[in-house]
Write a protein of this length. Structure first.
Ligand SMILES: [Zn+2]
Ligand SMILES: [Zn+2]
Length: 251
C-alpha cells in the first residue's frame, strides 16, 4: 500500500542539531518501490527502530547537500546495498552532492550505486516505478536545491526562499504537498519558508492534502505547528497536517 513515513520533522541547523525533534527525512512507498528522501542525521538508526529493512530501499533522493538533508546518505546507501552486495539501489541528487568540493557522497559508496541521476530544473528522472521531476530550482543559501515531484502525485517543497515563480512552476491540485515550513515568520533574512509562504502555496495551488514539516528552532519553541495546521485547514478547506516524528500518511 502506498504511504509515507516521516522519520524526523526537525529542520534547520538549530532545531536538528540541538535535537528538538528527530531528523532523517521521509520514506515513500510508491507502486511497490521504496524511496528515501533527504536522509539526514539519524536516518539509518530510525529505519531500524521502525523495523524497516534498508535493503528494501530502491531509490534515495537528496534535495540538496545541507547536513540536515544528507548526513546519513552514505550509511543508508551502504545498508540498502548490503555493503555493496546488492546492485539495485539508485541515487538522485544535485550534481554538487556527487562532485566537487562540497560533495557528500563518498567515492567508494558512489561505486555501489546501480544508477545515479543528477537533478536539474525541469528534468524528470525515473528508476523502477518511481519518477522524480525537479520542478523548480530553489534559492536556498547558494546551495543547489530542488522542489521535487514524485510520480506526479506528491510535491515536496524543500527548503527555499519564497518566490512567486513557485506558483507557476509547481503543479496544481496534487494529491499531497509536503512543505518544509522551517520558520513561523521571518525575523532575519534567511532562505527558508514561513507559515505565510506555505499559506500562499496552499491558497494558489489547492493541493488535496498538505503536510507541514522541517520545523525550525523558534517555530517549535514559541509556536504550535499543530494549531497552525488546524487554522490553515479551517481557513482554506484543505486538510493540512503538521508532521510528527514517525508519523504515517496513507496515499
Ligand atoms: Zn533544510
Ligand atoms: Zn538547507
Amino acid at each position: 500500500m502506498d504511504r509515507i513515513v516521516f522519520l524526523g520533522t526537525a529542520g534547520g541547523r538549530a532545531s536538528v542539531f540541538r535535537f528538538l525533534r528527530r531528523s532523517g527525512g521521509f520514506l515513500v512507498w510508491l507502486s511497490g518501490n521504496l524511496l528515501h528522501v533527504d536522509p539526514g542525521p539519524g536516518a539509518f538508526v530510525y529505519l531500524h527502530q521502525l523495523g524497516i529493512d534498508p535493503k528494501n530501499i530502491d531509490l534515495v533522493v537528496l534535495s540538496h547537500i545541507h547536513l540536515d538533508h544528507s548526513s546519513d546518505v552514505n550509511a543508508v546507501v551502504e545498508a540498502a546495498t548490503d555493503g555493496g552486495k546488492l546492485k539495485g539501489v539508485a541515487l538522485f541528487a544535485p550534481r554538487s552532492a556527487f562532485d566537487g568540493r562540497d560533495r557528500v557522497i563518498l567515492p567508494f559508496v558512489r561505486e555501489r550505486l546501480a544508477w545515479e541521476g543528477f537533478l536539474e530544473e525541469g528534468k524528470e528522472l525515473s528508476y523502477k516505478g518511481i519518477s522524480v521531476k525537479a520542478v523548480m530550482k530553489h534559492t536556498h543559501h547558494a546551495t543547489e536545491t530542488y522542489a521535487l515531484l514524485f510520480n506526479n502525485r506528491i510535491l515536496y517543497v524543500s527548503c527555499a526562499l519564497y518566490e512567486d515563480r513557485m506558483l507557476k512552476a509547481y503543479p496544481e491540485k496534487v494529491e499531497l504537498m509536503i512543505i518544509n515550513t522551517t520558520l513561523y515568520r521571518k525575523t532575519n533574512p534567511i532562505d527558508h519558508l514561513t507559515v505565510e509562504d506555505a499559506e500562499r502555496l496552499i491558497e494558489h495551488l489547492r493541493p488535496q492534502k498538505v503536510v507541514l514539516t522541517h520545523f525550525g528552532y523558534e517555530f517549535l519553541l514559541q509556536h504550535d505547528p499543530k494549531r497552525i495546521a488546524e487554522e490553515l485547514s479551517n481557513k482554506h478547506g484543505i486538510k493540512v497536517i503538521s508532521a510528527e516524528d514517525f508519523m504515517e500518511v496513507k496515499l
